[in-house]
Each structure stands twice: as C-alpha cells, then as structure tokens.
Design a protein around this ligand. Structure first.
Ligand SMILES: Nc1ncnc2c1ncn2[C@@H]1O[C@H](COP(=O)(O)OP(=O)(O)OP(=O)(O)O)[C@@H](O)[C@H]1O
Ligand SMILES: [Mg+2]
Length: 275
C-alpha cells in the first residue's frame, strides 16, 4: 500500500496512463508496475537504455579460428560488418571461408560473393582444407556467387531470399570505391537489411603491402577491422592477424602469428618478431 501511495504522490499523469494500459493487458499489478517503470525510463532516457540492452544481449558468432574467437570474447558480435583487409596472399579468403564453414556447422546459412574467383575455383581452394563446399551448396547451406558483378540490390534480394546469417564480400573494392559505396542508397539499404536481420558480414578489402598497417577509407566502413599481413624476418616471411577494431569488444591490439595449413587458418601466439 505504501508503494502505491508513493506512486500517486511522485509520478505524473503519463505513468498512470501507462499503468492502466498494462493493467488491462496483463492484470498482475506487480509486473504492470515494473513494465510501466521500464517503459517510462525508456521514453525519458531511450538512447542510453537501448545501448544498455544491446550490450546485455550481445551474441557472438564463432569465426572458426579458435584463438581468434578467444581474442574476441567468443567471436564477432552478431550483425556486425567486419572489414578483413590485407595484401595479396595473406589469408583473407581462407579466413572468410572458414567463417562460413563455422556457420554451416551451426546451421547458419552463408553466402559468398566472390569478385575474383569462380565458384568452382573457390570450392577447389576450400577442398584443399577439407571443406566440401559442393556438398554444402547442394544441401542449400551455402551459396557461392563466383565472379560476382551483381548490383547491390540484387545481392540484397539474394541474401534475404536465401535467409543467410553470414555473408562474405570478396573483395568489395575491386569494383566499388568507398566513396561510391558511401554515397549509394542501395549500399545503405543493404547495410540496414543486414543489421535488421542479424546477418554477420565479412567485407574483404585489398591493401597493397606498402600500405599495410595504415588505415584507408574502406576501414571506416565496418564495426570491426581484422588486419592481416606479412612480416619478413631474417630467413622467413610470417603471416599475422591483428584485431584493429571491434566495437563492443575488449581485445588486444597485438599482432598474432597465423598459419595457413591443412585445416585452414590457425592463429598462434604473438608474432615472433614482436615477442
Ligand atoms: N591447402 C593449403 N595448404 C597450405 N597453405 C595454403 C593452402 N591453400 C592456400 N595456402 C596458402 O594461402 C595463401 C593464399 O591464401 P588466401 O587465398 O586466403 O589469401 P588472400 O589474402 O585471400 O589472397 P588474395 O588477396 O590474393 O585473394 C597461398 O598463397 C598459400 O600460401
Ligand atoms: Mg582472396
């Protein structure tokens, strides 16, 4: 009773309307009051609460690279668009296909739009790691669009129709500049659709070796950046991966050595040259 009297004296007309509404819908007074207070707060401090909710319910998608998942508090946050960038041959496509494979293992459909390889080439590339993409395509768990020059709105339709939860664009800057993408309504619409449907996306971009480690305009397009590259020691060339940015995630900025081997990409400890 005391709580009821307090509410009468402290709260305004608006909350009593909300209370009435919820009372009719739910009946139980305790839960009505709780819900009304939450909604009242949400109206007054909506922005802050939305961010709070987002962090609280964050789901992560495993990349398929165990040590990378550990470095990302379990994986890439669901619905993120992550730029995977680096010079030729550093392992970008391998990482991306491993990410799609990890999705298939969790019954999440994936699509790869490859601008530089045919679907057959890509499937052959992956078979060398023991991933049978042909089988996954036949069973409608994966779709591969080779030598893709599809307009953005067609890619969007395909993603929606297929119900993809993981998408890879390899490499986007072969046929779009960041300026074009940013100014494009269809690109913005695609981003919105990806977010609304909780699709986690890897956007592969190419970076000349001379610009490795430096930001370029493509890097500003993602919620995260996975920078890949190579370093030359006295007698070998080592591959590395660095999480340059991952929103909503506490991560190291160290460069970790990676190896491409029989089972795909594996992340090892900190780069030897930097230990
Ligand atoms: N089956 C395999 N076993 C071991 N290493 C492999 C295998 N397949 C590829 N590699 C290594 O991975 C490299 C290519 O990796 P990947 O195609 O993922 O790189 P990328 O960054 O996508 O390159 P690009 O920018 O040219 O597309 C090869 O040059 C080779 O060194
Ligand atoms: Mg590639």
């Amino acid at each position: 009773m005391a709580r009821k009297r307090d509410l009468h004296t402290l709260l305004d007309e608006e909350i009593f309307q909300l209370l009435e509404k919820h009372k009719q819908e739910l009946g139980d007074q305790k839960s009505v009051i709780e819900k009304a207070l939450v909604e009242y707060d949400r109206r007054k401090h909506g922005h802050r609460l939305v961010i709070g909710d987002f962090v609280a319910v964050i789901k992560r998608k495993e990349t398929g690279v165990a040590a990378l998942d550990r470095a990302l508090e379990g994986g890439i946050p669901e619905g993120f668009l992550v730029v995977v960038t680096g010079p030729p041959g550093c392992g970008k496509t391998t990482l991306a296909m491993q990410f799609l494979q990890a999705g298939v293992a969790k019954k999440e459909r994936g699509i790869c739009f490859s601008a530089e390889e045919t679907a057959e080439q890509l499937a052959r590339h992956c078979l060398s790691f023991g991933w049978d993409l042909k089988h996954e395509v036949e069973n409608e768990r994966l779709d591969l669009i080779g030598f893709s020059r599809l307009p953005i709105d067609e890619m969007q339709n395909l993603i929606l129709r297929y119900g993809a939860k993981r998408v890879v664009f390899d490499s986007i800057n072969l046929f779009h500049t960041p300026q074009e993408l940013r100014a494009s309504d269809s690109w913005r619409s695609l981003l919105k659709v990806l977010k609304e449907n909780g699709v986690t996306t890897l956007l592969i971009t190419e970076k000349p070796s001379s610009q490795e480690g430096a930001s370029d305009p493509m890097d500003f397009m993602g919620d995260g950046i996975l920078q890949m590259g190579t370093v030359e020691t006295r007698d070998e060339v080592l591959r590395y991966l660095q999480v340059r940015k991952m929103r909503a995630t506490k991560h190291s900025m160290r460069r970790f050595q990676v190896e491409v081997g029989k089972q795909g990409l594996q992340m090892l400890g900190p780069l030897v040259a930097e230990r």
